[in-house]
Design a protein around this ligand. Structure first.
Ligand code: HEC
Length: 397
């Protein structure tokens, strides 16, 4: 597909995904908040509580029924399309970014898999994720939510590790997000909505509602609540190569997910107790600690003064640059993503390297913004070599 139109397709799908995702998560945050802040002191007959709020210049009075009003209202609003459209646009975005350019974005650098095999693994991971999750929730484990939570966590971390072996770090992260998002939408589609439909049908027909259904729906909506923040992080993770690009990327994802689950827990219970307030400073400290431990071990100056790298020739640098950069930065890029060299930068010969030395240094040593998402799998040693060459040669010229 023409890279120009792919970009616009990406733009439109991503934009819609973000809009409907905000609508879904926003509604979900709002209802959790509502539930937690309901005034439950002497509720009126048949109510479990009420709440007054002001917003957008209007005053609202919301009431929650213990079960249902005597007569069901004609218009009952169901929140489901927010979730369904988030999933549909998410899968479409996965296809536009990762399936259309599977060799570049989906597969691990140097992978032997074909694009079709990678796409097969991707689809299989979403399907398997849902069925395994659904099976575990309905099994005996479903009655022991804490143990179930631990098992699910271990499985997700194992999946992150396994996917990071076959996919690029960036794609492995997005797939954990997509697997989790599929679980969350599956919960809405297969458990929460059917449960609500049964409840409404029972009430309208004057039958006693089945007590099992709400318990099942509660477990699933708890999971959705706790999974929200990790999934939101994953959605923005492709801006942060120091997370997905790290050798320990799956462990970093696990750590960030744990910190955000703790924070979510505090927001879930804080109307009842402040016992979990420590999770906020703990999460902040945790993020600082992660920033510290993920810092690359060797800086260029340390490496060259420690004698790790002694002499680097222009030929060596040129061969690194040609291998890692020229698939995109060529007069005629071999990368199918680009029909012209990105940003007009051409890096195909030693002359190009000399001419662009400062820009190469800025992009691949000082900030590591290039290669984009380290798609071509540039090694830390190669950055050190370019940095050393630049420090010792290019600057003196
Ligand atoms: C997968 C394709 C790809 C690879 C590989 C790649 N780049 Fe880029 N590069 C891009 C794109 C796309 C842009 C434009 C980025 C933007 O607009 O933000 C770019 C922009 C740049 C720029 C201009 C940045 C600016 O803001 O002026 C430089 C310099 C650069 N790349 C250097 C490199 C170097 C050095 C390497 C190899 C170490 C490399 N690139 C590898 C895709 C790539």
């Amino acid at each position: 597909m023409d890279p120009h139109y792919t970009e616009w397709l990406n733009l439109v799908v991503r934009w819609v995904h973000m809009i409907v995702g905000i609508a879904w998560i926003g509604a979900s945050f709002y209802f959790v908040w509502l539930e937690n802040n309901l005034n439950r002191k002497d509720p009126k007959e048949g109510l479990s509580g009420d709440l007054w709020a002001i917003h957008g210049g209007g005053i609202y009075h919301l009431q929650k029924y213990k079960l249902a009003p005597e007569k069901m209202p004609e218009h009952l609003h169901w929140f489901k399309w927010e979730a369904y459209t988030t999933w549909l646009t998410g899968v479409l975005l996965l296809a536009v970014v990762y399936y259309l350019n599977a060799q570049l974005y989906l597969l691990a650098p140097g992978s032997e898999l074909t694009s079709m095999q990678g796409i097969g693994i991707s689809i299989a991971s979403l399907v398997a994720g849902w069925f395994i999750y659904d099976f575990l929730c309905d099994s005996a484990l479903g009655k022991r939510p804490a143990l179930l939570g631990v098992v699910l966590l271990v499985l997700l971390v194992a999946a992150a590790w396994a996917l990071s072996q076959v996919f690029s770090g960036r794609a492995a992260y997005i797939h954990i997000g997509a697997i989790t998002g599929t679980m969350m939408v599956g919960n809405v589609f297969r458990v929460i909505m059917p449960g609500q439909r049964k409840l409404v049908a029972a009430i309208t027909e004057g039958r006693e509602p089945d007590p099992e259904a709400p318990a099942k729906a509660l477990l699933r909506s708890r999971h959705n609540n706790y999974l929200t923040l990790p999934v939101l992080f994953i959605m923005i993770s492709n801006h942060f190569p120091s997370t997905y690009g790290n050798e320990w990327n799956w462990a970093i994802l696990f750590a960030i997910a744990m910190l955000s689950v703790l924070v979510r827990h505090y927001f879930n219970v804080r109307n009842k107790s402040e016992n979990w307030a420590w999770t906020l400073p703990a999460a902040a400290l945790g993020m600082f600690a992660l920033a510290y431990v993920t810092k690359p071990a060797l800086t260029v100056v340390q490496a060259s003064s420690a004698g790790v790298v002694q002499e680097v020739t222009l030929e060596q640098v040129t061969s690194i640059v040609v291998e890692r950069c020229a698939s995109c930065h060529a007069a005629n890029p071999t990368s199918e993503m680009f029909s012209a060299p990105p940003a007009g930068v051409i890096l195909e010969s030693s002359d190009d390297v000399i001419k662009n030395a400062a820009r190469i240094h800025a992009q691949s040593v000082a900030t590591q913004a290039m290669p984009i998402g380290n798609l071509t799998g540039m090694l830390p040693e190669e950055r050190v070599m370019i940095g050393t060459w630049f420090d010792l040669n290019a600057t003196s010229k």
